[in-house]
Write a protein that binds this ligand. Structure first.
Ligand code: BES
Ligand code: ZN
Ligand code: ZN
Length: 499
C-alpha cells in the first residue's frame, strides 16, 4: 500500500474518499469536517444523529454525499476522548480504516487532519497504523477472484504542514519494513524457510550495513554446541547459528553492545517425542523469536539507530529422523554443563542454551533479551494478550513493562526462584530439559535458560501465545504478528540509544 502526506490546501483540489474525524461522545466535528459537511449539504451531521455511531475510537461510518460534492465517499472516523489520543490511539485509528475502506470498495482515500488532531506526529502514526494493518501475504494464492482482492491501495494523509510529518514517518517506515520482514519469515512454510534459507535471509541485511556471520555445523561442533546440534541431528537440514551486528555508534566504537537472541526452530515436529498431528502445522512459527530478532535488526539498521546491537539466532529443524536424539540422551552444552534430554520436544531451551552462552562469551553485552515460542504453558497462563517475562534484573524488566504498555505489546512478569530451579536437577547430568510434570511449565523452562546465563542482566520473553494471531487486530492482520519488534525497537529508542 502506498502512503503519502500532502498539504491540506493541495489535497482539497483532488479528493477521493475523504476521512474526517469525529471527536468524543459529543461527536464534535473538526473545522474541516464542518466544511465538508456544509459542502455535502449537512450529510455528515445527519449521519451522526442517526444510527449507532458514537464517535468512539475504532468506529467508522460511511456517508454517500449528494452530487456536486467533490468526493464520492465521506468516512467518519471516531476518535474517542481527546485526552486519550496518544500515538497508539492514532495507530489504531489508521489501522481500523483499512478493513473499513476495503469493505466499501475504496481504492484510495485522503485523511483530512485538522484541529484538534492535526500534529505531524498524529499524521505519521495514523499512516503507520494503516500501513501495518494493510500487510498481506498472498504469494501462494494463484487464483484469488478479483472481487476478493483488497481494493484499497493508496492512503494520503493531509495536514497543514505535510513536510513536518516526513521526519517522524521515516523511522516508522523503517520499523514497518522490519515488521514485514518478520511477518514474511514467520508466515513462509517450513519447506521454504529452514535454517539455511533463513540464514540467507539474514545475510541480506548486509546491504544495510549489518555484519552477518553464519556458523555451520562443523564450526558449531568444533566450539562444542552439543545442545543446539543435538536438536538438529534428526533433520536432513543443516543447523546454523547466525550472528548479526549493527554498530550504530561507529565502526571503531568500543561501547558494549546490547544483545537479542532468538529461538529459530524452523519446524518443531517434537522430534522423537513427536507432537500430535492435530495442530502440528502451527509449529512452522516456532522460529518466531528468531524472526523478531531479524526484523528488529532490520528496523534498527534501517533507521540507523545510534546503538551497538548484536542479534543472534539459533536455527534448527526438530525432526524425528533416524539420527534424531533420543529421550534420555545426555549432551554437553557450549557452557560445559551437561544436559539430560528426556523430552525432545523441549528443544527450544536446548537451542537457546548454546546461543545464550555464545552471546555472553563473545560479546559481553550490557544485557541480553531472548525471545522464544518456548512453552504451550504460557499460552495457558497468559493467552494471546501478553508475553511472559522472566528476568534476573528488575530495572530491565520494568523498562520492558513500561514500554509494552506504551506501544501495546504488553508483557507480564512471572517468577524465577530456587524452588523452581530445583525441579530441573537431573539424576544423571547437571540439568534436565523437562520435568515430568505439567506444573509451572513456563517457569521451569525459564529456569533452564537461567542456568545458561551468567551475571549478565537478562530477560526471557516467552512469546508462544503472541507470535501468531488467530484473528485480525487493530494494526495486525491475523497470522504472523511480529510481536516484539515494536516493543524492542521502542525500548532501544527510549533507554539505550546514543548512550
Ligand atoms: N514450540 C513448542 C512450544 C509452543 C507451543 C509454541 C504452542 C507455540 C505454540 C515447544 O518447543 C514445546 O514443544 N514445548 C513443550 C515443552 C514440554 C515438552 C516440556 C510444551 O510446551 O508442551
Ligand atoms: Zn517442542
Ligand atoms: Zn519448539
Amino acid at each position: 500500500m502506498k502512503i503519502q502526506f500532502a498539504d491540506i490546501a493541495a489535497a482539497k483540489s483532488k479528493l477521493d474518499a475523504v476521512i474526517v474525524f469525529v471527536v468524543g461522545a459529543d461527536k464534535k466535528l473538526s473545522p474541516l469536517a464542518a466544511t465538508v459537511n456544509k459542502q455535502a449539504g449537512g450529510a455528515i451531521v445527519k449521519a451522526l444523529s442517526s444510527g449507532k455511531f458514537a464517535g468512539k475510537l475504532g468506529q467508522y461510518v460511511t456517508v454517500i454525499p449528494s452530487d456536486g460534492v467533490k468526493c464520492d465517499r465521506i468516512v467518519l472516523a471516531g476518535c474517542g476522548e481527546i485526552k486519550k489520543l496518544n500515538a497508539l490511539a492514532f495507530e489504531k485509528i489508521g489501522g481500523g480504516l483499512i478493513p473499513h475502506l476495503n469493505g466499501i470498495g475504496a481504492k484510495s482515500a485522503t485523511v483530512l487532519l485538522d484541529s484538534p488532531v492535526a500534529s505531524p506526529e498524529a499524521a505519521a502514526r495514523i499512516a503507520h497504523g494503516a500501513y501495518l494493518r494493510s500487510y498481506r501475504f498472498d504469494k501462494y494464492h494463484t487464483k484469488t477472484p478479483a472481487d476478493e482482492k483488497p481494493t484499497f491501495v493508496a492512503l494520503t494523509v493531509a495536514l497543514a504542514n505535510s513536510k513536518a510529518a516526513a521526519k517522524p514517518y521515516h523511522d516508522l517506515e523503517k520499523l514497518a519494513e522490519g515488521i514485514f520482514l518478520t511477518r514474511n519469515l514467520v508466515t513462509e512454510p517450513p519447506n521454504i524457510i529452514y535454517p539455511e534459507s533463513m540464514a540467507e535471509e539474514c545475510q541480506k541485511l548486509e546491504a544495510l550495513g549489518v555484519e552477518v556471520d553464519v556458523l555451520d555445523e562443523p564450526e558449531m561442533y568444533e566450539l562444542g554446541f552439543g545442545a543446539l546440534l543435538g536438536v538438529g541431528q534428526g533433520s536432513s537440514r543443516e543447523s546454523k547459528l547466525v550472528v548479526m551486528r549493527w554498530n550504530g555508534l561507529g565502526k571503531g566504537s568500543k561501547a558494549q553492545p546490547i544483545a537479542f537472541v532468538g529461538k529459530g526452530v524452523t519446524f518443531d515436529s517434537g522430534g522423537i517425542s513427536i507432537k500430535p498431528a492435530n495442530g502440528m502445522e502451527d509449529m512452522k512459527y516456532d522460529m518466531g523469536g528468531a524472526g523478531v530478532v531479524v526484523g528488529l535488526m532490520k528496523a534498527l539498521a534501517g533507521r540507523k539507530a545510534k546503538v551497538n546491537v548484536v542479534g543472534v539466532v539459533g536455527l534448527v529443524e526438530n525432526m524425528p529422523g533416524g539420527n534424531a536424539q533420543r529421550p534420555s540422551d545426555v549432551v554437553t552444552s557450549y557452557s560445559g554443563q551437561t544436559i539430560e534430554v528426556i523430552n525432545t520436544d523441549a528443544e527450544g531451551r536446548l537451542v537457546l542454551a548454546d546461543a545464550l552462552w555464545y552471546t555472553q562469551k563473545h560479546f559481553k553485552p550490557k544485557f541480553i533479551i531472548d525471545l522464544a515460542t518456548l512453552t504451550g504453558a504460557i499460552v495457558v497462563s497468559l493467552g494471546s494478550s501478553r508475553a511472559g517475562l522472566f528476568s534476573n534484573n528488575d530495572k530491565l524488566a520494568e523498562q520492558l513493562f513500561k514500554t509494552g504498555e506504551k506501544v501495546g505489546e504488553e508483557v507480564w512478569r512471572l517468577p524465577l526462584a530456587d524452588v523452581y530451579d530445583k525441579l530441573i536437577n537431573s539424576d544423571i547430568a547437571d540439568v534436565v530439559n523437562s520435568t515430568n510434570s505439567r506444573e509451572a511449565g513456563s517457569i521451569t523452562a525459564a529456569q533452564f535458560l537461567q542456568r545458561f546465563v551468567n551475571n549478565t542482566p537478562w530477560v526471557h520473553l516467552d512469546i508462544a501465545g503472541m507470535a501468531w494471531a488467530k484473528k485480525d487486530m487493530d494494526i495486525v492482520p491475523k497470522g504472523a504478528t511480529a510481536y516484539g519488534v515494536r516493543l524492542l525497537n521502542e525500548l532501544v529508542k527510549e533507554y539505550y540509544e546514543g548512550k
